[in-house]
Ligand binder design. Structure first.
Ligand code: HEC
Length: 121
């Protein structure tokens, strides 16, 4: 009984330690590489966490269009603007998000999603 309690304690300690530093983008990077990247499983949360402060509907802070659903994000992926905007360096005109470049691993996920056909689910 004692050892069960101890291992439970260890498990929960590991769990807490393992999670304490995870930002949403870290969590996304840990995704199983065998699962296709989709809007539903990956891209929507990247956009939600980093873009909707301005690209909401209606858009805020001078953003030119909303990015709140698949069709809106898809059309910017399809015309190249999405990847181009997040690939710009911090401080360059029209670098997105304007506050600072996303982690490269997150940009890579968006690039891979587009290369694989920008699927919804
Ligand atoms: C702080 C507000 C803000 C945030 C956050 C933000 N944007 Fe923007 N976005 C803007 C504004 C303002 C413009 C218009 C910039 C311009 O034309 O100079 C813009 C323009 C764009 C454009 C068009 C760029 C172009 O090349 O013409 C794209 C695509 C874009 N944003 C995508 C994103 C994505 C994707 C995110 C999240 C990763 C994001 N934005 C986050 C404010 C924001």
């Amino acid at each position: 009984m004692k050892s069960i309690h101890l291992s439970l304690l260890c498990l929960s300690a590991l769990f807490l330690l393992g999670c304490s530093n995870d930002s949403p983008s870290d969590l996304i990077e840990e995704q199983n590489p065998n699962v296709a990247i989709t809007y539903d499983n990956t891209i929507q949360s990247i956009i939600n966490n980093n873009c909707l402060g301005c690209h909401s509907n209606p858009p805020q802070n001078g953003a030119p269009f909303p990015l709140v659903n698949f069709d809106q994000v898809f059309s910017r992926a399809d015309n190249g603007q999405l990847l181009r905007s997040i690939s710009r360096q911090t401080g360059e005109p029209r670098a997105m998000p304007p506050s600072g470049r996303l982690p490269q691993a997150t940009i890579d996920l968006v690039e891979q999603w587009i290369e694989e056909g920008s699927i919804e689910n």
